[in-house]
Design a protein around this ligand. Structure first.
Ligand SMILES: O=C(O)/C=C/C(=O)CC(=O)CC(=O)O
Ligand SMILES: [Ca+2]
Ligand SMILES: [Mg+2]
Length: 374
């Protein structure tokens, strides 16, 4: 049993020396070339595997996703694997729209206390709907892409590089089948799979700009995603009931759908600084999709919606450094003895996750990493 055995089979896009982007599936520490397998008629997917992104495959729909996955599992032992160390991994899908939610009660409460100490942590609407904002798909980048420190207005009359660069550990859901007014029960017909997301955030730019319309330049400069999209089907063993919701949500948000028992880990320059628990998220991914589309707005193949920062109630479960260091007031010490409030140039943050597989043994969701540069 390994994190990337036949129970998992996440999809990605890779290239080798020739630079041509091909669809592959991860097995152990290797990549199986699905583009070649389809070319040789070993898998029939109507050309969906001979593409430079996963979008055509993602649009096929759940019955086809299942059939392709079953065929890959059958063939896998016979396909040649390219060692992971010999491939370059690319953004696995063309990102259509990008939406970010705010669905961790612990995160929302803690950030509220930090940014708005004069008010209650949770806003009065928070338990009535999954709050979110529309982000910038053009700056969604694959894990490993350097993240340039953004500059902006840090306050009245102060322009310069952000002094409060932060991360947000999140889980992203990738839409395959387009739709509108998608009820929570239809979540698995539309969502193809899951990635890890780091919603890099410049807290000083954000704090000055966000009222009354919400996050804008403080978050739009970069959003990193993991290179492997784990199919929903691989996560059947991770489904758990979401925490109880009080008050009872509006009818279009019922029944809530499942939570997911994903265990995240955040490393700062190689030191594990927190372990955010996704199972405690208040709003489920099915409710987020229902809310996103209830007004008649459509989602398209390649839409990415992120859960919002995943934080638990304890400091060691914080999904952002804003919370971990209480806005820099309580810095953390890293393994090399250095002390940090927010990110410095050259710092690397890696978010990884595991989930229980169908047999209870863990599966890997890979990782998303990025290094801050000037
Ligand atoms: O409470 C606020 O004003 C801001 C909160 C965030 O920055 C979080 C955000 O991007 C949504 C999330 O990731 O939960
Ligand atoms: Ca976020
Ligand atoms: Mg972002």
């Amino acid at each position: 049993m390994t994190l990337y055995d036949l129970r998992n089979l996440p999809y990605g896009v890779f290239s080798t020396g020739d630079g041509v982007r091909r669809i592959g599936v991860r097995l152990g520490d290797g990549v199986l070339d699905l583009s070649r397998a389809e070319q040789e008629d070993l898998i029939l997917a109507g050309g969906a595997l001979r593409q430079p992104t996963l979008n055509v495959l993602m649009a096929l729909g759940r019955p086809q996703w299942g059939a392709v996955r079953a065929r890959i599992a059958e063939l896998a032992p016979t396909l040649p694997a390219v060692p992971l160390g010999e491939v370059e991994l690319h953004l696995p899908f063309e990102v259509a729209d990008y939406t970010d939610f705010y669905s961790s009660e612990h995160h929302a409460t803690q950030v509220g206390r930090i940014l708005r100490p004069e008010r209650p942590g949770l806003q009065p609407n928070w338990k009535h709907l999954p709050i979110g904002y529309h982000g910038r798909s053009a700056t969604v980048v694959v894990s490993g892409t350097p993240v340039e420190r953004p500059a902006g207005q840090l306050g009245p009359g102060v322009f310069g590089p952000t002094r409060r660069l932060d991360v947000e550990a999140e889980v992203g859901f990738v839409v395959g089948v387009p739709g509108r007014r998608i009820g929570p029960a239809d979540f698995a017909e539309h969502v193809f799979g899951v990635v890890l997301v780091n919603d890099w955030s410049a807290r000083d730019i954000q704090a000055f700009e966000y009222q009354p319309l919400g996050p804008f330049l403080g978050k739009s400069f970069a959003t990193s995603v993991s290179p492997w999209v784990v199919p929903l089907e691989a996560l059947s063993g991770a489904l758990v009931p979401a925490p109880p919701q009080d008050p009872v949500p509006a009818e279009y948000l019922r029944p809530p759908g499942d939570g997911l028992d994903l265990s995240l880990t955040v490393e700062w320059n190689g030191t594990v600084v927190s372990s955010p628990p996704f199972a405690q998220m208040y709003w489920t991914p099915a409710q987020q999709l229902a809310h996103l589309t209830v007004n008649g707005a459509s989602v398209r193949t390649g839409d990415l919606y992120a859960s919002g920062t995943v934080s638990g109630p304890n400091r060691a479960q914080a999904g952002s450094f804003l919370e971990l260091t209480w806005n820099g007031a309580e810095p953390v010490e890293l393994g090399d003895g250095s002390v940090r409030g927010f990110l410095e140039d050259g710092d690397t943050v890696t978010i990884s996750a595991t989930a229980p597989g169908p047999d209870g043994e863990p599966l890997g969701l890979g990782s998303v990493t990025g290094t801050v540069c000037r």
